[in-house]
Write a protein that binds this ligand. Structure first.
Ligand code: AHR
Length: 495
């Protein structure tokens, strides 16, 4: 079977940079993502720095996350930013109608978010309120955040303790405007976008990167209408949401208990994002052949049933090796489309959907998905390489899929990075790699794997899935033989 699994990497053929923002994240006011996950407040017994959980903060710093999207999601279109500034004691409380009907006390607002982004060294990406807000409200928010001069909003910011503007770049104009963000038609939203974007001003030398609210998965008409009706010079990015749902929305299946057939169904559905991006991109090419407007895949990931006994509105789910494979396959695909995909944001950071971190009162675990993002670090800002893969297939019941998924890139120092996922639950695959265009001398590798496809990290057993060094390969001139373990994700680095 050795000849069956072959990979040719063209190390001398690459022109497109893999934008590091493809490795971005998303934290909504939803469940225990912000409250309890990132923010516990300065008076909490949980170890914190100015109200931010120390453990979570450090994990995000270690992961070097390039950006963080906030405050929603659906929450963004009912959020009024002025409720979240000034003395926390005076901030009004509201109901988080979308997510569990809980009280939102607004103790985490603009300052708390932007200061957090600064502490963890990430670029903020804010989504403004189109659905229940106004052009004036959004315009003033940007003035509050970015204007360095004398104006009512800049003065208010200074009064609230922030002298310098934050100069943020990424700005979303509404979220899911076809649904929770206002149930608009694409024609109506396109007009609204033009109005809102007109008053989303650039201040000083800071140029906003404006992101229009894009389609839900296969709604190609939405993309077509927006591309047709919004002038290219008014929009930098167009968002796209794609969730991997096993079964149906009504019956999504459990995060930790699944058959091998369901496992493959999940991964097959995740893989379809390849075709999805191609389809939207083809429509965009009609209006924007130079690919100036980026696809911003600002919500993606698995969506399972909530864990038993938890609030259904909190979207809390466990995370297994299956999720690690979804992450690996998705990121490989996003890399492949790097010319058009300029950013992606996994939903969501802490305790929500395909989280990278889960917390309880005082403790934290890193999920398999966290470890894949950690493994994939070398791809960030590297040059995408072309490759050719021949992989055997794996099948269970009605489901069938290629066992291997690969992405390759070249770092500035010439190192070739090859990420490989072997989704086969129990078969090691001998992969024969031909390295073209590089004189390979040294190979190092790391792996994320575990006992089985449903292995996960719990508060009792935090390291069931972890990252480790990997040595089962052999280099002979330009030929590299890798024994890719079953149920594993690898990052192989060749120099
Ligand atoms: O990520 C959870 C929700 O999914 C977001 O709030 C919304 O944009 C999407 O429907």
């Amino acid at each position: 079977t050795t000849a069956q699994n072959r990979l040719i990497v063209n190390a001398d053929q690459g022109t497109v940079t893999i934008n590091r923002h493809i490795y971005g994240h998303f934290a909504e006011h939803l469940g225990r993502n912000i409250y309890g996950g990132i923010w516990v407040g300065p008076d909490s017994d949980v170890p914190n720095e100015d109200g931010y959980r120390k453990d979570v903060m450090q994990a995000l710093i270690d992961l070097e996350i390039p950006n963080l999207r906030w405050p929603g999601g659906c929450f963004a279109d009912e959020y009024h930013w002025t409720d979240g500034i000034g003395d926390p004691a005076d901030r009004p409380k509201m109901v988080n109608t979308h997510w569990g009907g809980v009280t939102e006390d607004n103790s985490f607002g603009t300052h708390e978010f932007l200061n957090f982004a600064k502490k963890i060294g990430t670029e903020p990406y804010i989504t403004g309120n189109v659905g229940s807000g106004s052009v004036e409200e959004m315009s003033k928010w940007i003035e509050y955040i970015n204007f360095d001069g004398v104006s009512p909003m800049a003065e208010l910011r200074k009064k609230n303790g922030q002298e310098e503007p934050w100069n943020i770049k990424y700005w979303g104009v509404g979220n899911e405007s076809w649904g929770c963000g206002g149930n608009m038609t694409p024609e109506y939203y396109a007009n609204e976008y033009r109005r809102y974007a007109t008053f989303a001003r650039d201040y000083g030398g800071n140029k906003l990167y404006k992101i229009a609210g894009g389609a839900n998965d296969w709604d190609l008409n939405w993309t077509d209408v927006l591309m047709k009706n919004i002038p290219l010079n008014m929009m930098d990015g167009l968002s796209l949401h794609y969730y991997t749902v096993t079964g149906t929305w009504e019956n999504k299946g459990k995060a930790t208990e699944f058959t091998k057939e369901e496992y493959l169904e999940t991964l097959r559905k995740a893989s379809r994002v390849d075709e999805l991006i191609t389809k939207h991109s083809t429509i965009m090419d009609k209006y924007d052949p130079e690919k100036k407007v980026g696809i911003i895949l600002d919500e993606w990931g698995t969506w399972f049933q909530v864990e038993p006994g938890t609030n259904p509105g909190f979207l809390y789910q466990q995370n297994t090796m299956r999720d690690a494979h979804v992450a690996a396959i998705s990121l490989n695909i996003f890399n492949k489309h790097a010319e058009r995909v300029h950013m992606a944001n996994l939903a969501q950071t802490v305790n929500v959907l395909q989280a990278i971190i889960l917390t309880n009162e005082n403790d934290m675990i890193l999920t398999p998905t966290y470890h894949v993002f950690d493994l994939y670090k070398p791809h960030k800002d590297a040059t995408l390489l072309s490759h050719h893969l021949i992989s055997e297939e794996v099948s269970f019941g009605k489901e069938k899929l290629e066992a291997l998924s690969v992405s390759s890139s070249k770092s500035d120092d010439g190192t070739v990075n090859i990420s490989i996922a072997n989704i086969h639950p129990d078969k090691k695959i001998d992969l024969d790699v031909a390295l073209r265009g590089i004189e390979a001398k040294n190979v190092t590798a790391q792996i994320v794997t575990a006992a089985s496809i449903d292995s996960y990290n719990s508060f009792d057993k935090k390291d069931a899935v972890k990252k480790a060094d990997f040595k089962d390969f052999k280099l002979n001139k330009d030929n590299l033989k890798i024994a890719v373990p079953a149920n594993s994700v690898l990052m192989v680095r060749v120099k």
